[in-house]
Design a binder for this molecule. Sequence first.
Ligand code: HEC
Length: 114
Amino acid sequence: MKRWFLALLLGCGNPADTDALVECDDAPVVTWDNFGAGFVLENCQPCHASSAADRHDAPEDVIFDSEADVALWAQEILERAASEDPTMPPQGGVEEDDRIRLATWLTCYPPVAQ
Ligand code: HEC
């Protein structure tokens, strides 16, 4: 598992290579509907929703209300929330299984920016 994360981390600067690094061929299907919406709602929208009551200083333009919003920030989200040493959410607490699902979703079944 550690090697998998390291590979993903090293691949972050080079999106063209990430498919091979997360072994998308055998990956379970992860989408906005079956995972992303709930994950973002629970872990990110408290600060990154446009309607957040208290953004805790999350930047005004970093909004994850929809699949399209996530698509715009997919690379940054991978780096901040799905790396081996994640920095989002700031308080931590996301299970490793969910981080892997997040990485699989963003890498193998990328959200669509519409
Ligand atoms: C408790 C509030 C809070 C939560 C919850 C939170 N964030 Fe953040 N986020 C911030 C703040 C504050 C910043 C700006 C400071 C920084 O970049 O560390 C930020 C910045 C970011 C950035 C950097 C944007 C840029 O300009 O490059 C990304 C990406 C991000 N967050 C993703 C996420 C994701 C994904 C989640 C959920 C897994 C999440 N955040 C949950 C507060 C939060």
